[in-house]
Design a protein around this ligand. Structure first.
Ligand SMILES: Nc1ncnc2c1ncn2[C@@H]1O[C@H](COP(=O)(O)OP(=O)(O)OP(=O)(O)O)[C@@H](O)[C@H]1O
Ligand SMILES: [Mg+2]
Length: 238
């Protein structure tokens, strides 16, 4: 049997910072397959939840249990932030870096990185300094850097905020491809169109809680909670 870090079982997690309650308690399960879109108003706790699942938040309570031990689980997930961090190196070196860290030979790592860059149309810019890339190009680079180790689970926190339609379409295309190839995707977005195009499941958050975790069709047809209904109607939900 192939070892997998999924399913994920999250029980009663709570995050608090400087005495302020930011998240929880949240209990949720994540099945082996799917494309989860996390929605909700600003400050609802989407970023905090994604980071908590990825092990980047200190929990004051609750557990995040992957099907494999923590270290193995950690190695099989990647995270793409809204604003990518760049190393002061070339584009291809940025993308190859995670492979070098895990011990791949340099020539091979560069080859793998180049093939991923070609998939997002950045092959011609591979030798440029990463800092010269435009916002959309940076985000594509960050995405392939996250994918280069072939993670089982990919977290993305509003990766297309600030991007134009074309860059967004390119990124969505690649996400659909990796999802079809078996990668479990969990992504926060404010873009309803994007959510409808990509989601198989929606987690709707409000004030640090997950109010709904529903198959996408059901969520968009008939959200259960008044907060989600108002949110989908474009009302201001606080
Ligand atoms: N380091 C911190 N210290 C104190 N409060 C914080 C910290 N980080 C986040 N918060 C607060 O936690 C709450 C949840 O923030 P979070 O960033 O998770 O929301 P979000 O749903 O991702 O919002 P957005 O849509 O604006 O990205 C917000 O009220 C925010 O102000
Ligand atoms: Mg956020």
């Amino acid at each position: 049997m192939v070892e997998t870090i999924l399913p994920l079982k999250v029980s009663d997690i709570t995050v608090r910072k400087r005495g302020v309650h930011l998240l929880g308690p949240v209990s949720i399960e994540m099945a082996r397959k799917g494309f989860t879109i996390v929605m909700g108003p600003n400050g609802a706790g989407k970023s905090t939840l994604l980071k908590a699942l990825h092990g980047m938040e200190r929990l004051v309570g609750g557990t995040v249990e992957w099907a494999l031990p923590q270290k193995a689980a950690q190695e099989r997930q990647s995270f793409v932030f809204q604003t990518p961090t760049l190393m002061r190196r070339s584009v291809v070196e940025n993308v190859a870096y995670p492979l070098l860290v895990q011990g791949m030979r340099r020539a091979e790592a560069m080859d793998v990185a180049m093939s991923w860059l070609a998939r997002v149309g950045l092959a011609d810019m591979a030798q440029n300094r990463a800092s010269y890339l435009s916002g959309g190009e940076r985000q594509k680079m960050a995405l392939v850097r996250a994918l280069v180790r072939d993670p089982e689970v990919l977290f993305l926190d509003e990766p297309c905020a600030n991007l134009d339609g074309r860059a967004t379409r390119d990124i969505e295309g690649l996400l659909q491809e990796v999802h079809a190839a078996g990668t479990r995707v969990v992504m926060a977005t404010h873009d309803f169109g994007q959510a409808r195009r990509l989601a198989s499941e929606v987690w709707f958050m409000h004030r640090g809680k997950v109010l709904e975790a529903t198959p996408a069709e059901a969520f968009f047809d008939q959200p259960k909670t008044p907060q989600a209904q108002a949110f989908l109607n474009g009302e201001i939900v606080e």
